[in-house]
Design a protein around this ligand. Structure first.
Ligand code: SAM
Length: 318
């Protein structure tokens, strides 16, 4: 983990008190901590940095990150590397979804950006074009490892699944305009963000809301780490609620009754604009629409997804 991130990290188990973590560095290379540990001075919880990857999650999240299936699997890595970077190796049928989401970041802004549920990092790299620094976080160690490797090598090389265990090599340079040294990736939980409150000028939550056990808590955490007077949020989701992922009582849409009845996007826009909601102070909506996004599983299997997005901003002018 790059050293510049250390002083921004707080204990994800003591969020109410913004407790900055102490640290021990065992080995480092060029400002990158390879082995070390972060320790909470209040609850004494230790967070490991191993092979350059900081894991800063509350204890209850550990089983999820240790699960070798799902987002930690080899097939997911192939799928998401294709989805994020196929434009760069001229993959046939490449998706331009990330370019479209990146338009939300607009012209030059100062400050830091946070990409929540960053996967293999494309949007985080896009954020470095318009921010001083960009941090991506994800609960998948495999994705965070891949994103860190991309930042270090500025190149992509991976095994793309053709069918079953048959793979083909794909390799390419990434856009040299990405601020590779300005990007960092850690393992963290969208529902317990290990960052100081109000630290970020921009936050993205793209295709993750429906994946977390408590979507409203994820939004409340996003709000906590955003600047109170000058902040931008890019939110996008397909709203494909699934009761195997989270309890329908916690869905923020897709139901016929309760405080979040109706469509998810309508409810998200309502929350963003209501300063008495989890988004306080409220936001002004700048843009809304949909992005056609693709995930490639094998050479014959694709998921075509419509992700509905909203870009919203809060400024000192209200
Ligand atoms: C559908 S993928 C979207 C990834 C990326 N934002 C994109 O659009 O390509 C959902 C991502 O959220 C991550 N994720 C799931 N639960 C999470 C949590 N509680 N905290 C952080 N990341 C999580 C997954 O590992 C995965 O990378």
């Amino acid at each position: 983990m790059k050293k510049w991130l250390i002083e921004e990290l707080i204990c994800p188990q003591c969020l109410d008190s913004d407790i900055v973590l102490n640290f021990d560095i065992y080995t480092e290379t060029d400002g990158d901590i390879i082995e070390g540990r972060l320790v909470c001075p209040q609850c004494k919880q230790e967070y490991e940095i191993h092979e350059g990857i900081a894991v800063v999650v509350p204890e209850q999240t550990l089983p999820m990150i240790q699960d070798a299936t799902g987002y930690n699997s080899f097939s997911m890595l192939s799928s998401y590397l294709w989805s994020h970077y196929s434009e760069f190796f001229n993959g046939p049928d490449a998706t331009d979804a990330y370019q479209k989401w990146a338009r939300a970041f607009g012209s030059q802004r100062s400050g830091w950006a946070l990409d929540i549920g960053c996967s293999v990092g494309r949007l985080t790299f896009e954020m470095t074009r318009t921010h001083d620094r960009a941090v991506g976080l994800d609960t998948s160690i495999s994705f965070v490892r891949a994103a860190r490797e991309l930042a270090a090598k500025k190149q992509l090389a991976f095994d793309l699944i053709m069918e079953g265990q048959i793979t083909e090599k794909r390799a390419c340079d990434l856009d040299p305009a990405f601020g590779f040294d300005q990007a960092e990736f850690i393992v963290a939980d969208a529902m317990a963000l290990p960052f100081r409150s109000r630290r970020f000028a921009t936050v993205s939550s793209v295709n993750i809301l429906e994946k977390v056990p408590d979507p409203l808590l994820h939004l409340a955490e996003a709000n906590r780490v955003m600047d109170e007077t000058d902040a931008k949020i890019l939110f996008s989701d397909p709203f494909s609620w699934d009761e195997n992922v989270n309890n329908p009582d916690r869905w923020l849409g897709g139901t016929n009754e309760g405080s979040f009845k109706g469509f998810g996007m309508d409810n998200i826009c309502r929350l963003l604009q209501d300063s008495k909601s989890v988004f306080s102070p409220g936001f002004r909506i700048q843009d809304k629409g949909q992005v056609l996004w693709k995930i490639r599983k094998t050479r014959n299997l694709w998921e075509h997804i419509t992700s509905q997005f909203v870009v919203a901003e809060r400024t000192a002018m209200g």
